[in-house]
Design a binder for this molecule. Sequence first.
Ligand code: HEC
Length: 117
Amino acid sequence: MQKASRSTFLGASLGLVTAVTLAATALAAPPVPADPAKGRRLAERWCATCHLVSADQKAASADAPSFQALANAPGRTADGLADFLTLPGTTHSRMPDLALSRVEIDDVTAYIATLKK
Ligand code: HEC
């Protein structure tokens, strides 16, 4: 009886060690680096109807800030942009909910960051 419960305990702790090791491995995996070139293509396709997304774009909607202005606004950080794009519609109701994925958001904010002077 004592023997059986000891091996159950051993089995359970081994399982726990494996789970913790797997979780640590998943956390340590390098994240996919943001790709500003992809972000630019995405911006030209999804944002350019309203925003000036690059210096060579000529016309956009008057009430949407240009990406250049966004990039250079004082106090504006890539994290802040990503947060805005993660939670659209909550504070900026005139901007449509584009339902971008986390990776798309990272790409587009990386692209906007390249416009910083
Ligand atoms: C249908 C028009 C429209 C489209 C498409 C659009 N936006 Fe906007 N966006 C706006 C308007 C209008 C504003 C300014 C008013 C506001 O903040 O609601 C704005 C504001 C923003 C802001 C600034 C918010 C702030 O805190 O001042 C960011 C960042 C932004 N847009 C990013 C994007 C990105 C990235 C895309 C493409 C993936 C995009 N927008 C597509 C209309 C649009």
